[in-house]
Design a protein around this ligand. Structure first.
Ligand SMILES: [Zn+2]
Length: 359
């Protein structure tokens, strides 16, 4: 299996996120991708390829031009205010545009001040920008699109090893650790070229950004298994009753799952998801591969074990669709590489081959 990877992901390396008002070390760190890279390099089932630049077109195909413009200039604007000098070397909002602020008064204009603009375009407090964030995010999109090109050229399955994850980014905002929704960009890119596409999002967290981007479309099906938003981030989206709207009615399927979700419970929900994907008659499948469903993940509450990832990959392969796998979450770094390798080996039809955790 070809693996597309770009070392520029390390340019996005903020140190502090804020959860429920508490500053804490980032969970979404460069070591995540490097642990996966190391595990795949040690397995001759995988070979590495470099990404090719695809320009901004596929980014603005799924994101508001104003968001893309802001992210392109955000760090320069912050530096001009003194940020990164005597101020902390990262930039995040203190004020976010809550819909209730302007209820009944129409949309807010985008302010001109950088600190106002970041609250206009960002929706939470866990995605600080640093000097290299935009470059890393653009590289991640190119990883996804290059992997899509390899799929279009005839590969049965391709893996894009990218970060920061993008599935929490809707059309007109960034957040949820990510800047650009590369799974959505690749899905739209594939849909333009092959017609119907299915997105299977197996990250622990609901991919609110991907759902929003395709909510009104019938050609791109979005199916997600995730922690119930009643208790799990991103809280306000991912409910079972959300099924798409307009022409997209019936083309979103959410399968919220309980805390402590076991391997068996998960596989039963996966079968429901795969049935819906099979009905879609897609020409290609995009998997948003989050491995924060793992039992030891520090920011999630499922109870999956490494061996079940092999079975999940095997069942996804049973669809018989050209499959683009794009890395999203997964925060227990000591097992992340092995979990990804096991999932991908299942997809490839290679035998389960559990290896001890390095170190
Ligand atoms: Zn996640």
């Amino acid at each position: 299996m070809q693996v597309v990877y770009d070392p520029r992901h390390v340019l996005h390396d903020p140190v502090t996120e804020v959860q429920y008002g508490v500053p804490m070390p980032m969970y979404e760190v460069p070591a995540r991708a490097e642990s996966i890279r190391a595990a795949l390099l040690a397995d001759d089932s995988f070979s590495f390829a470099d990404p090719v630049g695809h320009g901004l077109g596929p980014v603005t195909a799924v994101h508001h031009e104003g968001l893309v413009r802001f992210l392109g200039e955000a760090w320069g604007l912050w530096r001009a205010r003194g940020g990164g000098g005597s101020m902390p070397p990262q930039f995040m909002p203190d004020t976010v545009l809550h819909p209730a602020m302007r209820e009944g008064m129409g949309e807010a204009p985008e302010p001109s001040a950088a600190v106002g603009r970041i609250g206009y375009w960002c929706w939470e407090t866990m995605t600080p920008l640093v000097a290299g964030s935009y470059q890393a995010a653009r590289a991640a999109v190119d990883v996804a699109l290059t992997a899509a090109d390899l799929l279009l050229a005839g590969d049965a399955a391709v893996y894009g090893l990218a970060r920061p994850p993008g599935h929490h980014c809707p059309r007109s905002a960034f957040g949820g650790y990510g800047l650009f929704n590369y799974s959505a960009a690749a899905s739209a890119y594939l849909a333009d070229r092959v017609g119907r596409v299915a997105v299977l999002d197996v990250d622990y967290h609901h991919g609110n950004g991907t759902q929003q981007i395709f909510y009104h479309r019938a050609d791109v099906l979005y199916v997600s298994l995730h922690g119930d938003p009643d208790r799990a981030f991103p809280y306000f989206i991912g409910w079972a009753g959300e099924r798409g709207a307009g022409p997209g009615e019936g083309f979103t399927l959410n399968l919220p799952l309980p805390a402590g979700c076991t391997n068996d419970r998960y596989l039963a929900a996966l079968d429901t998801a795969l049935e819906r994907v099979a009905e879609h008659s897609a020409a290609a499948l995009v998997v948003s591969l989050g491995l924060d469903t793992y039992g030891q993940d520090p920011i999630a509450d499922f109870a999956l074990s490494t061996d079940v990832y092999h079975e999940v990959g095997r069942r996804v392969a049973g669809l018989g669709l050209p499959t683009l796998v794009l890395q999203e979450g997964g925060y227990f770094v000591p097992k992340l590489g092995e979990n990804a390798r096991t999932w991908l080996r299942g997809l490839l039809g290679r035998p389960l081959d559990l290896r001890p955790t390095p170190g």
